[in-house]
Design a protein around this ligand. Structure first.
Ligand code: NAD
Ligand code: GLY
Length: 366
């Protein structure tokens, strides 16, 4: 097992990465003194696989649990689902000494975290991420929230979990498309912070695609280390944390204009990161060869790297980008790369350049 700490003073917590960790949940919650009653929030595809094991582990530790199941998929990240969770928590008389467990992917994690942040003005929560994307990104760092029709994550809070348990065995049941979507966030860490890690991904991609446990464990832990370091320095995104949004400005807008249906989050930010690499080559001197390597790694991961938009869709993309949280003073700000492993945030990009990036495709490698 690997342990990564998120250094946030009295709100510090551990991310544990390894196979079979779900069964340790009860002991871990007791060690943290989280209380004797909890709700496990999961979705209807994840719960049948793992909820029983989770609840047995809690029961063995003398912790009573209730299971709350929500729909699977991005549309569950809504205020309507939040309301339904509040009602079920109240019905089961969860009080201040209770806690909540998020068992699922990023959707369940973001939703449950928001419920935990707001129910009774805030109760503790634990993350049990079951997708690659959630293990390397969304379960860490305390950003929780839900979507509005107008845009992604427009309602939310910062509420850190007390513990994150990344049980690598859960990745075994993850659908192929979801595994590939998770790779989009994995690759992001190489681009924003670690050129050696990026080169490792280029080499070890086949092992990741076949879910080799040793490679998965090392890669998940490295991503968590990078995220923990960034969040430890800038918890509330005063500045540096923005680097984690590489490719997300366009990615979030694509998700919003397709009503959170066409693209998975990982697929949308794959397109967004390739476009950001193209902008980086034009505006920040990212070597074109790096832009090609970036595009190729996403393509080899089976992720989309370009999008064809009608005029009307393009108009909607720009309105969606205007609503993104990365906009300040009406200006759309991008995270751009100087080279693989080094990025800058807060880069102003003229609309004409964004239009160009949407039309242009990074040239194929020779
Ligand atoms: P998801 O939660 O929708 O899960 C993907 C699908 O896989 C769902 O259908 C789910 O039921 C299923 N699934 C999950 N685990 C499974 C397993 N082990 N076996 C079988 N099926 C399983 O999607 P996701 O990609 O995990 O998360 C995407 C969300 O995360 C987006 O809403 C995105 O905005 C959010 N996100 C948040 C942060 C953050 O910092 N809070 C960071 C990145 C992404
Ligand atoms: N995924 C972006 C962040 O956690 O800040």
């Amino acid at each position: 097992m690997r342990i990564v700490s998120v250094p946030l003073g009295h709100r510090s917590y551990d991310i544990k990465v390894g196979p079979g960790l779900l069964t340790t949940l009860g002991t871990e919650c007791t060690r943290l003194g989280l209380g004797r009653r909890c709700a496990v929030i999961s979705d209807h595809l994840v719960a049948p696989h793992y909820a029983a094991a989770v609840r047995t582990s809690l029961e063995r530790a003398g912790i009573e649990s209730v299971l709350v199941t929500v729909d699977a998929g991005e549309t569950a990240k809504s205020l309507k689902t939040v309301q339904s969770c509040y009602d079920q928590l109240a019905e089961h008389r969860l009080e201040r000494q209770s806690f909540v467990i998020a068992l699922g992917g990023g959707v369940v994690g973001d939703l449950t975290g928001f419920v935990a942040a707001t129910y009774l003005r805030g109760i503790p929560f634990v993350q049990l991420p079951t997708t690659l994307l959630a293990q390397v990104d969304s379960s860490v760092g305390g950003k929780v929230g839900v979507n509005l029709k107008a845009g992604k994550n427009l309602v939310g809070a910062f509420h850190q979990p007390r513990l994150v348990l990344c049980d690598l065995n859960t990745i075994k049941t993850l659908p192929e498309r979801e595994l590939r979507a998770g790779l989009a966030e994995v690759i992001k860490y190489g681009i924003i912070s670690d050129a050696v890690f990026f080169a490792r991904l280029e080499r070890d991609l086949p092992k990741l695609l076949r879910r080799d446990p040793k490679t998965l464990g090392e890669v998940v832990a490295r991503c968590c280390e990078i995220k923990a370091e960034v969040v430890g320095q800038d918890e509330n995104e005063g500045g540096l944390r923005a680097v984690l949004n590489f490719g997300h400005t366009l990615g979030h807008a694509l998700e919003a204009i397709s009503s959170y249906g066409k693209y998975l989050h990982g697929e949308a930010i794959s397109i967004g990161q390739v476009a950001a690499a193209e902008l980086s080559a034009r505006l920040l001197g990212l070597p074109w060869n790096d832009a090609v390597r970036i595009r190729d790694l996403f393509a080899r991961s089976g992720l989309p790297v370009a999008v064809k938009l009608t005029r009307a869709q393009r108009k909607r993309i720009f309105s969606a980008m205007q609503l993104d949280k990365k906009v300040s003073g009406g200006e759309i700000k991008f995270v751009l790369a100087k080279k693989i492993g080094t990025v800058e945030f807060g880069c102003r990009v003229p609309r004409s350049m964004i239009e160009l990036a949407l039309d242009f495709q990074v040239p194929a490698a020779k």
